[in-house]
Design a protein around this ligand. Structure first.
Ligand code: MG
Length: 255
């Protein structure tokens, strides 16, 4: 039997390798980087009720599961027992509990009527472990750099598509997050990973982060605790949140 020539195997390898979302070679926040295509989301089916094994972080009625960034009571505004709104200047909202690998459901709406443009319009963010941001932004008819629009992994991965709803309309993020792992010397064994659905549409496909997310920087990983709080960003815009729930995946993945 004749063996498959080696040079043919190496030629075929890139073809058979699974396609993967890439961080690309664009400079961070490049405005030359093509923006993702716009896709109209399907009819909204929100709110999504939490499954029985979820921890409800916010059901609209109180902020008991949250604190401010100094460990004090949360300051964001409760709206009619249904939602909370960023109180500009009061800082991030941080969960009292800590998490590693999770499935996280978040519903949010940007201010209406829309004010400002680019990054200065409906900006907030969902931070896993306080370090890895899924960007919240009003990206409905609002152009900004690709790696900073709604559902980007800020400063690293643009979403695959822009599936934003209009300002004031409720939108959803369904996030699967895997924490980074480190060896005993603090080197990265496996990077943090995100899979994200925006309004039910896949926008981040198991992407591997190069480190914590940052503005005008891509800082390196630093070894730390296995579990840290989830936080919501105060970017001085009155973004609203409701129906936030989380499933701790670690006991399930360990089975
Ligand atoms: Mg942000």
């Amino acid at each position: 039997m004749r063996l498959f020539p080696l040079y043919l195997v190496s030629l075929l390898a890139p073809i058979v390798a699974a396609a993967q979302q890439s961080i690309g070679s664009w400079p961070q926040h490049s405005r030359e980087r093509p923006v993702p295509p716009i896709v109209a989301p399907g009819r909204a089916a929100l709110p999504v009720p939490p499954p029985a094994d979820a921890m409800v972080l916010f059901d609209g009625t109180n902020l008991a599961k949250w604190q401010d960034d100094k460990g004090g009571n949360a300051h964001w505004r409760l709206i009619n027992g249904r939602a909370m709104e960023v109180a500009p200047g009061t800082g991030a909202m941080i969960t009292r509990d800590s998490f590693g690998d999770v499935q996280l459901h978040v519903e949010w709406a940007s201010p209406t009527p829309a004010e400002g443009k680019d990054q200065d319009r409906g900006n907030s963010g969902v931070f896993l472990m306080g370090q890895f941001e899924v960007q919240v932004l009003d990206s409905y008819r609002n152009v900004t750099y690709a790696d900073g629009q709604a559902a980007s992994i800020y400063g690293q991965y643009p979403p695959l598509v822009n599936v934003s709803r209009a300002p004031g309309e409720w939108q959803s993020y369904d996030i699967v997050f895997h924490r980074p792992h480190f060896d005993s010397s603090g080197s990265v064994l496996t990077p943090a990973r995100f899979t994200v659905f925006h309004n039910g549409v896949l926008v981040q496909d198991n992407v591997a982060l190069v480190g914590p997310t940052g503005h005008m920087s891509r800082p390196p990983y630093k070894a730390g605790p296995d579990r840290l709080p989830i936080s919501l960003q105060d970017h001085a815009h009155k973004v609203r949140y409701r129906n936030i729930w989380v499933r701790d995946l670690e006991p399930l993945l360990r089975q």
